[in-house]
Structure formats: structure tokens, C-alpha cells
Design a protein around this ligand. Structure first.
Ligand code: G3P
Ligand code: CA
Length: 403
């Protein structure tokens, strides 16, 4: 249905609605600087869980807003209901992002269980039919300062509804809207007898999207989920996500503590490697055997570190009396983007957010600076909670590269 070219803002802007805006750059004598992306197109903006900076995540309303804000791609996490329907939720535990705890009729479903080795108490999607889940309302997650007035108003939706939205919006907007589903906790779902992969492949086949050029990327933290889908004939672009537990701002190094030290399927199989092994040339070469790209946490590309005083203590750069990420400084970028590109792998880092506490000191409180930093490094796309800001950052990048 689409090619990567048609996803490109370059194609959109020079070919259609933005023509007058860019006539000088597109038709004049100025030769724009090349993009450093793998395919030479402008980087994609992925509406991470929709537009959760504004509306409850993974709802039709949040995805619609992300598209209206200019996102090229909308990103759902997929978990399974009791009746095997793929729904868009970041966590199997519905307590994290819905009003299930307020529903007296479901009080008896509350339980304590483990998800990827972590003990959790709550209400789990696998204990509810889709019809029951449709009676819930979605809540905001993330920073408490984000708008809370929409809590409970919007429904949990299925993956099929997201595809239907992307197709309808592609027609309405005259530009391709792609989808970027993640198999969430795939080993956990398999152990429950509710595997995600075959259902996902069936939906993609039914949509006619089982090809490299279709407007879809399929992502997972667990390599075996991606490998399984490839072995079952899934031909879409596949993206290996690469996590870590945290960063140590004193050293600038990433830290690896369970359950975010390695993919859960590696833990289950006794594979002792860490997520960090995936970003070595050896690791990337292995990923290339089953995937088309990587989705690394941002500091794998730009490490972050405090400035330390003579006593070795962090400097409170912004003078607010405490030291946190907003006092840290971006370090020299790693070679990850070019290492991945040399192997023909796409690079889509996560997650970009507007809140000042999420930005390093050298971003001067302006999230546009962080987008520019990553676009300039040649990332092929990025996941953002604030699609409008990511698009604004890209507009600045297009301008500075002569478009
Ligand atoms: O899916 C890309 C990135 O968002 C991974 O993090 O926790 O949102 O799935 P998470
Ligand atoms: Ca501070």
C-alpha cells in the first residue's frame, strides 16, 4: 500500500500541500543537505501510545490527536483479552491505565500474580473478555502534571480498530499513516495460553499488509517473538527494542537490573547476555538476521552524565536544590546509529517527552533541542509522547538542512 518514500515528509512537503512553503528549497538552486537516515528520507515521527502527553494513552482519541498533530505512525502495545482479542494496552495489568479499580462488578477479579518475574497486584486483561474491557475507561499515565480531566472518558480499543483508523486517516489526510504494534510480554502471554503472534499475523494478512513496504512496523523486546513471526511468514519490517534498567548519572553508564537487564525470553532460556550486548557490532549483526531495525532507549545513542565537582559530587546546574536528569549533560554520541546503518538496520529511539525534568541541562528546557540533536544524528524515526513537538522539531531540522 505504501513505500517508505510515501511516508517521507520530504515527499509530502515537496509533492503536495507544503509546496509553496518549500519552493525555494525544492525547486530553487539551493541543494539541501542530505538526511543521514538509512533510506535518505526525513525521519518519521511515531506517536508513542498515541499522544499521551495530552490524552489517555492508546485510545482512539489519543491516536486521532497524534495523527492530527502530524505523526506519521501510531504506536500501540498489544496484550490479549481472555477471549484472545489483541487490545491496545501498555500493560497486561489494567489497573495501570484504566478505571477498573472503581468497578464494583470486577472487584472479585483483583489478584496478585507475576508478569515477567515481577509480582503485581491488580486486574489482568487475560481475566476479562473484550466485552467486559469495553465497559472500562482509560486513564492518564506518566507525569501527574499531564491533563487528568479526560480520565475514564475513552474506551480501550482493539488492534483492528487502530488499523481501521490508520486506513481511514490515510484517506482523509492524503498521506500514509502507518502503525507500529508491539508484542507485549510475549513469553508471559504464551505461558497463559494466549499467544499474541499468530493472531497478529492473521490480522496483518487480512489487512493485506504482509510486506516490507506496507505501512507497518512490528516491534518487540523479546527476540524470540520477532524470530517466531518471521518464521511463520511475517514479512513486514521488524524492530528489535533495546532496553536498560536506568542510567548512573555519575558515570554516564547504563545500569542493568532485572527485569530490565535482558529480554524476558533470554532470562527464561538462561541466556546471560544483557540488552547492552545487542548494541555491539556482534549483537547488531545477529539482529540483522531476523529484523530490519532497532528501537533503542535514547541514552544508547546520546549518553547522559552529571558534571562532578572536585569532591566528586554532582553539580546542581539548574540551582533548584536537587540533582537529577535536568542537571545532567549530553555526552558525545555513541557510534550506534552509524553501526546500525552500516548493517542496513533502521534506528528508532524512544521515548521523547516535553517535561523539563526529562530533559538534560544542555537542552535549556526546550524539547525542540533534543529532537534536533537526534535528527542531526540520522535516526530514522523516534517515539514521542508529544507528536506535535516532534513534528515542530522536524520542521526546524528540515529548515536547517535547506528544505
Ligand atoms: O515501544 C517503544 C518504546 O516505547 C518501548 O517502551 O515501555 O513504551 O513499550 P515501552
Ligand atoms: Ca537541580
Amino acid at each position: 500500500m505504501s513505500t517508505s518514500k510515501s511516508l517521507s515528509p520530504w515527499g509530502q512537503l515537496c509533492g503536495a500541500s507544503g509546496l509553496t512553503l518549500l519552493l525555494a528549497a525544492c525547486g530553487g538552486s539551493t541543494v539541501p543537505l542530505p538526511f543521514l537516515t538509512l533510506d535518505g528520507n526525513a525521519p518519521l515521527v511515531v506517536g508513542h501510545r498515541g499522544a499521551p502527553g495530552y490524552l489517555p494513552e492508546e485510545t482512539l482519541e489519543a491516536y486521532t490527536l497524534a495523527i492530527d498533530q502530524g505523526a506519521d505512525v501510531i504506536e500501540p502495545d498489544l496484550v490479549s483479552t481472555k477471549d484472545g482479542v489483541l487490545i491496545a494496552r501498555h500493560d497486561p495489568n489494567l489497573d495501570y491505565s484504566t478505571n477498573v479499580s472503581t468497578k464494583a462488578e470486577f472487584a472479585g477479579r483483583k489478584k496478585t500474580t507475576t508478569v515477567d518475574g515481577e509480582t503485581q497486584t491488580g486486574w489482568f486483561a487475560s481475566d476479562f473478555t473484550l466485552a467486559e474491557i469495553k465497559t472500562l475507561g482509560a486513564n492518564m499515565t506518566g507525569d501527574a502534571a499531564r491533563p487528568q480531566q479526560y480520565n475514564g472518558l475513552y474506551k480501550v480499543i482493539t488492534f483492528q480498530e487502530i488499523i481501521d483508523l490508520a486506513i481511514a486517516k490515510t484517506k482523509e489526510k492524503g498521506r500514509t499513516i502507518a502503525v507500529y504494534p508491539e508484542t507485549k510480554n510475549p513469553t508471559y502471554h504464551r505461558e497463559l495460553g494466549l499467544p499474541l503472534e499468530d493472531t497478529l499475523i492473521a490480522i496483518i494478512n487480512k489487512t493485506g499488509w504482509n510486506s516490507k513496504t506496507a505501512p507497518i512496523f512490528v516491534q518487540s523486546f523479546e527476540p524470540s517473538s520477532l524470530k517466531y513471526m518471521r518464521s511463520k511468514g511475517l514479512n513486514t519490517r521488524l524492530i528489535q527494542l533495546i532496553d536498560a534498567d536506568d542510567y548512573d548519572l555519575k558515570t554516564g553508564k547504563l545500569t542493568f537490573a532485572a527485569p530490565y537487564d535482558r529480554p524476558y525470553d533470554w532470562f527464561k532460556s538462561g541466556d546471560k547476555r544483557l540488552f547492552s550486548d545487542m548494541v555491539t557490532v556482534t549483537g547488531l549483526t545477529e539482529i540483522k538476521t531476523y529484523a530490519d531495525g532497532i528501537g533503542p532507549w535514547k541514552p544508547y545513542i546520546v549518553p547522559v552524565k552529571w558534571e562532578l565537582n572536585a569532591a566528586g559530587a554532582p553539580v546542581d546546574k539548574n540551582g533548584d536544590g536537587k540533582t537529577d536528569l535536568s542537571d545532567a549533560l549530553s555526552q558525545t554520541p555513541t557510534s550506534l546509529v552509524s553501526d546500525a546503518h552500516k548493517l542496513g538496520l533502521l534506528v528508532h529511539p524512544y521515548t521523547f517527552r516535553n517535561e523539563k525534568r526529562r530533559l538534560t541541562f544542555d537542552m535549556a528546557g526546550d524539547p525542540l533541542n533534543e529532537y534536533l540533536q537526534f535528527y542531526r544524528l540520522g535516526v530514522d524515526g523516534l517515539f514521542s509522547d508529544f507528536a506535535d513537538t516532534a513534528v515542530a522539531g522536524r520542521a526546524k531540522y528540515l529548515k536547517e538542512t535547506g528544505r
